[in-house]
Design a binder for this molecule. Structure first.
Ligand code: HEM
Ligand code: HEM
Length: 247
């Protein structure tokens, strides 16, 4: 089996380590955590930080778009195709079957929470583009279409955040459950990229299971996303009215 093959391994006796998360995936994760906290502080806690909130929002949008593209061109465990399971597989997993399978990447249930977090963060970032603080700052697309769309986006921006909090509580509870109850240390794996892997019922060598970072792909995706977000905010967006808007 190579890194492009199934991540499900049979549990067994010999333990070794495999590189599961490539550097871009790990960078993405910790940056997303940072930008989420930043957005919460600048949007909800501080009174006078809306300009920073806008900039943070563009970074958040870029991060999510990066992760979506990386889900197609990244290394094996970062790809959606490696962790999109059928709902029945997720249900079986929830009910504790099959006991012998070890998932190196996201497990079938975790995979759904990852997709939900990405979808809700994307909603939050896109709806932000249509927001206004009703004082000095309008998002680049506020007023660009009709008022009903702005209202809908405003509603989404204020409500999707509650869903996001719910998902984060679930996320952290699941990680705590795996750490303390199942003795799977997922957090260090998200830091250094490696997970312990059981390995004797297959003919794999640990090297086969290691993912590598494709640096050129990474740089190209970052550049494409940066240019796209820049154009979305500064080129494609309608011209702001003089003196009123500053984003
Ligand atoms: C994923 C990225 C984002 C997150 C997590 C986020 C989060 C938040 C939060 C928590 C609030 C406070 C909501 C409340 O009090 O109910 C807020 C308000 C706001 N956000 Fe964002 N935001 C994001 C992206 C953006 C973007 C890209 C823009 C604009 C370019 C934006 C514009 C605004 C504005 C104008 C408000 C103030 C609304 C008001 O005064 O009622 N946000 N955001
Ligand atoms: C201290 C807080 C956090 C810790 C310790 C943490 C830890 C982790 C760990 C260990 C994983 C890998 C799970 C697995 O092995 O299947 C993961 C994945 C993930 N987490 Fe977090 N997380 C935190 C906060 C957050 C926040 C705030 C967000 C969203 C804003 C988030 C979004 C994600 C996403 C999207 C993934 C999937 C990564 C990918 O495939 O690209 N996490 N997290």
């Amino acid at each position: 089996m190579t890194q492009e093959a199934s991540p499900a391994l049979k549990a067994n006796t010999t333990q070794t380590h495999a590189k599961v998360w490539d550097i871009p995936t790990r960078l993405f994760h910790w940056s997303l955590l940072g930008v989420f906290v930043f957005q919460f502080v600048t949007g909800d806690i501080l009174d006078d930080a809306m300009q920073l909130h806008f900039y943070g929002g563009y970074v958040a949008l870029g991060l999510i778009l990066f992760r979506i593209i990386w889900g197609f061109v990244g290394s094996y465990h970062a790809r959606f195709s490696s962790f999109i399971y059928s709902p029945s597989t997720a249900l079986q997993y929830l009910m504790g079957r099959p006991k012998l399978q070890q998932y190196l990447g996201h497990n079938p249930l975790g995979a759904y929470s990852v997709l939900a977090i990405l979808a809700v963060m994307l909603t939050q970032a896109v709806s932000g583009l249509f927001m206004t603080d009703d004082i000095f700052l309008d998002g680049p697309y506020h007023g660009a279409f009709d008022g009903a769309l702005d209202d809908a986006m405003n509603w989404l921006h204020h409500n999707a955040i509650s869903l996001m909090w719910g998902l984060i509580v679930l996320h952290l509870s699941a990680i705590a459950f795996y750490s303390f109850k199942k003795k799977q240390r997922l957090v260090p794996a998200m830091l250094h990229g490696k997970k312990p892997v059981s390995h004797s019922q297959t003919s794999d060598t640990p090297a086969d299971l290691n993912v590598v970072t494709h640096w050129w792909r990474f740089l190209i995706v970052v550049a494409v996303v940066a240019v796209f977000v820049y154009c979305l905010v500064n080129v494609f967006a309608p011209e702001p009215e003089m003196g009123l808007y500053d984003y």
